[in-house]
Design a protein around this ligand. Structure first.
Ligand code: PLP
Length: 387
């Protein structure tokens, strides 16, 4: 049995997405910028995808800028806003310590380029307190960037309050919604944001496509320069087949949001089973305010990597946190920012379920884990005694 519980790293494409990608790749190969019929056929596919994605977000199609994924969308939001607003004297960038590297590393690069950067703290539950933004925001703030849902612990941030605060101070507000789109309802108007990033491969579309939603009227410099694609906001020939797949995934995501309640029940069952059957375990992050598919659990007296490998040998795929940092033994920057004690930043695993997860799979993992953990703890203790 092979069990995939790493949907926050990437999700399998829906069969209808695979079909749409193949169809467009085969039948609509024109360049969407070409005037002739081949080009117009490809442009029609692109237009469809834009309308479908806009519908998922409650947005206008003209506000959608297609990108190569979440990382590029985050870069465009932060760098584009910082550059566009610099001449007005607004240079500060405010973000949080639990953002994905696409935001955090970009903020650090902007800092080196002369933009003051403020990193907001989060509480032990992994949620930003809006009062910390109220204290930190200044009249020279260009952009505030706070993720909608965290990729490691799944916590949902109070975006509407934070965005209203940014707006009251004349700053732009960006949210990285890569981990919320497809898992919970995401309406750009209800959130009140100016910029929103998403990534196709997190909700059943192909890898290498995503979008930045840009509220009409927002000034943004381009980071990818060249041709006039995407209303001159993102140069480069669009990946029409993959974007057609993104459009199909957007429709499915919208229709299947109600079924996330089932995913939440399975996640809760897995979590309860682990807490009850494996001693020395605890859930990281606020359990009430998080996306329905994610749980992050620490296992006392273990290195998360060794449990990850033991589970992999049983056919179960999980993660130690963000995909980018697995393979390294770095402690999680998210758990560290939440103020968890050092061992817990290294002994925690993320289980992220998806629409295809079954009760049998959850039962299998819950049955296997107690013995695996006990064995690894014994080995760890023996190794420590021998040192
Ligand atoms: N932002 C968050 C919160 C993510 O979880 C990820 C991917 O792990 C990204 C951004 C990057 O998205 P992409 O893989 O499309 O570049």
């Amino acid at each position: 049995m092979r069990i995939y519980l790493d949907h926050n790293a990437t999700a399998a494409p829906y069969p209808a997405v695979v079909e749409a990608v193949s169809r467009v790749l085969r039948d609509s190969f024109g360049n969407a910028s070409s005037v002739h019929a081949f080009g117009q056929q490809a442009k029609a596919e692109l237009d469809d995808a834009r309308v479908r994605l806009a519908d998922l977000l409650g947005a206008e199609p003209s506000e959608v800028v297609f990108t190569s994924g979440g990382t590029e969308a985050d870069n465009l939001a932060l760098r584009g806003a910082a550059e566009a607003l610099a001449p007005t004297g607004r240079r500060r960038v405010i973000t949080t310590g639990i953002e994905h590297e696409a935001v955090l590393v970009t903020a650090r690069a902007l800092e080196r380029a002369g933009h003051p950067v403020t990193i907001l703290p989060v509480g032990t539950g992994g949620i930003v307190d809006p009062s910390s933004l109220e204290e930190a925001i200044t009249d020279d703030t260009a952009i505030v960037s706070v993720m909608h849902a965290n990729n490691e612990v799944g916590t949902i941030q109070p975006i509407a309050s934070l965005a209203a605060m940014a707006r009251a101070h004349g700053a732009l507000f960006h949210t990285d919604a890569v981990q919320s789109v497809g898992k919970i309802p995401v309406s750009v108007r209800a959130l009140g944001v100016d910029l929103l990033s998403l990534s196709g491969h997190k909700f059943g579309a192909p890898k290498g496509v995503g979008a930045l939603w840009v509220r009409r009227g927002v000034r943004l410099s381009s980071t990818m320069t060249g041709g006039k694609q995407e209303r001159s906001r993102r140069a480069g020939t669009e990946n029409v087949p993959a974007l057609a797949g993104l459009g199909v995934a957007a429709v499915i995501a919208r229709e299947s949001l109600p079924s996330m309640a089932k995913v939440a029940r399975l996640r809760d069952e897995l979590e309860e089973q682990i807490l009850a059957r494996v001693p020395g375990t605890a859930v990281n992050g606020d359990r009430a305010c998080r996306v329905p598919n994610t749980t992050n659990i620490s296992f006392d007296g273990l290195e998360a990597e060794s449990l990850l490998i033991a589970l992999d040998l049983e056919g179960v795929a999980v993660s130690t946190g963000s995909a980018c940092s697995s393979g390294s033994l770095e402690p999680s920057h998210v758990l560290r920012a939440m103020g968890l004690p050092h061992p817990r930043t290294r002994n925690s695993l993320r289980f992220s379920l998806g629409p295809t997860t079954t009760a049998d799979e959850v039962a299998f993992v819950a049955d296997r884990l107690p013995a695996l953990v006990e064995k690894l703890r014994r080995l760890t203790a023996t190794a420590a005694a021998l040192r």
